[in-house]
Design a protein around this ligand. Structure first.
Ligand SMILES: Nc1ncnc2c1ncn2[C@@H]1O[C@H](COP(=O)(O)OP(=O)(O)O)[C@@H](O)[C@H]1O
Ligand SMILES: [Mg+2]
Length: 222
């Protein structure tokens, strides 16, 4: 279970972000909503161990992520976290299969089988040789999703999955991380400012910005 307590963050002297405490149980799903600039991406960075909050604690089971040094956070992340970045972060010159393989590290036979398996899982079984340029936005996103889950993370994080998509594709872009996370037994945390997204999740954490300081105000609507 993921558990946070009293998280705050300062970017310089102007921005102070405060977050409500929340938990995410193993296999659970949560959407974090709030306007642009309210600190949603920053929150994902904390959970991923990419950034340490100025104050507060984050624990995954008994491991206190916020107490780890940078290299320990790196190994925590590579073991436990799958991250679908808002802009996907795919390698342009490489095929879908190679992009997933690069995420797994070694181009072993076993990893190749796993990469093909997760690409099929997201519906790209027939597009594994295509490069990002040869794929639609929705398909690129699915490559990013396949890469994020290939190593069987405990927590899948997705930043604004509907940002680049029209209404019809947006629904699809939400269902897929949900079903994919469920099928590998991972927890899912999606952040969005998209009103359309909210109904798709049973649990919602609202992060609101109040005034010029972008002070995050929030409540859990469980
Ligand atoms: N690296 C940074 N340096 C300074 N300020 C930042 C940095 N990253 C984000 N911020 C500020 O922190 C606030 C929250 O940003 P972010 O987490 O990206 O919000 P959201 O994802 O909800 O749009 C914003 O006011 C943003 O300008
Ligand atoms: Mg953001």
């Amino acid at each position: 279970m993921l558990q946070t307590q009293g998280i705050q963050h300062r970017y310089g002297s102007e921005v102070t972000l405060e977050y409500p405490d929340f938990t995410l149980e193993a296999g659970g799903q949560l959407v974090v909503t709030g306007p642009s600039g309210s600190g949603k991406t920053t929150l994902l960075h904390f959970v991923a161990g990419l950034l340490r909050p100025s104050a507060g604690t984050i624990k995954l089971d008994s491991l206190e992520i916020t107490a780890l040094g940078e290299s320990q956070r790196d190994s925590y992340r590579s073991k436990n976290i799958g991250y679908v970045f808002q802009d996907f972060h795919l390698m342009e010159g490489y095929s879908a299969l190679e992009n997933v393989l690069l995420g797994l590290g070694l181009a072993s036979r076993q990893n190749k089988m796993r990469a093909l398996e997760v690409l099929s899982l997201v519906g790209l079984g027939k597009r594994t040789g295509h490069t990002p340029r040869q794929l639609s936005t929705g398909e690129r996103q699915r490559v990013a999703l396949a890469r994020a889950v290939a190593h069987r993370p405990k927590i899948l994080l997705a930043d604004e999955p509907t940002a680049h998509l029209d209404r019809r594709r947006a629904t699809e872009a939400l269902e897929l991380p949900k079903t994919t996370a469920s099928s590998i037994g991972a927890s899912l945390m999606v952040v969005t400012h998209d009103e359309r997204v909210m109904d798709v999740f049973a649990r919602r954490l609202e992060v609101g910005s109040s005034g010029l300081e972008a002070l995050a105000r929030a409540e859990v609507l469980a």
